[in-house]
Design a protein around this ligand. Structure first.
Ligand code: HEM
Length: 157
């Protein structure tokens, strides 16, 4: 199945018809999408501030990052799921839009960068704290950029 087939199948699905059937559905999905975004950026900020020694400074990094990652995974799952449902009636148009494509590229980059953080955290006691700080800032910026591109997609679409 090619990408075109997948896009056509998504646009003609019952899911797409359901989303298009009422603006309230899109509004609710958008609300849950934003809750997901808040969970992701919130936990990225908390773990970043922890690595700066500002938040939960008395707790071991391994512990703080492990909890943050769990909440973040829930946020990513929520925003990816609601994002796919929201875009289903106009998947083709979205994929032809550079802002949406940039957002998906940033999303892939943010997830890839995020996967590295717990690995640093596991080694944090062995003197890799500086790398962890840099990486926390990088991931937070990437997540914020995903959100900015999400908002830009609505405003400039
Ligand atoms: C496969 C993944 C995703 C898809 C397909 C997707 C799709 C979309 C779409 C279609 C919109 C516009 C909604 C509208 O017209 O009202 C949007 C908005 C937005 N997206 Fe995503 N998104 C995804 C993942 C994410 C992630 C992971 C984040 C951040 C962590 C995010 C953050 C936002 C924000 C902040 C907005 C603007 C506010 C809103 O409408 O909720 N998106 N996204």
């Amino acid at each position: 199945m090619s990408l075109d087939d997948l896009v056509t199948a998504l646009e003609q699905s019952h899911l797409a018809a359901w989303v298009s059937s009422s603006p309230l559905i899109l509004g609710a999905l958008s609300g849950f999408h934003l809750i997901g975004f808040t969970l992701v950026v919130g936990t990225a900020l908390v773990s970043g501030l922890h690595m700066m020694g500002v938040a939960f400074a008395d707790r071991p990094s391994r512990e703080v990052i492990a909890i943050a990652v769990r909440v973040m995974v829930a946020g990513i799952a929520l925003s990816v799921l609601t994002g796919i449902v929201q875009v289903s009636p106009r998947a083709g148009a979205a994929l032809a839009n550079w802002i949406f494509v940039a957002k998906m590229t940033l999303l892939a980059g943010a997830i890839a960068a995020q996967v590295v953080v717990p690995r640093f955290a596991a080694r944090a006691d062995a003197g890799t704290v500086f790398e962890l700080r840099v990486w926390s800032v990088v991931t937070t910026i990437l997540w914020l950029a995903v959100g900015v591109m999400g908002a830009a997609f609505i405003l400039l679409e």
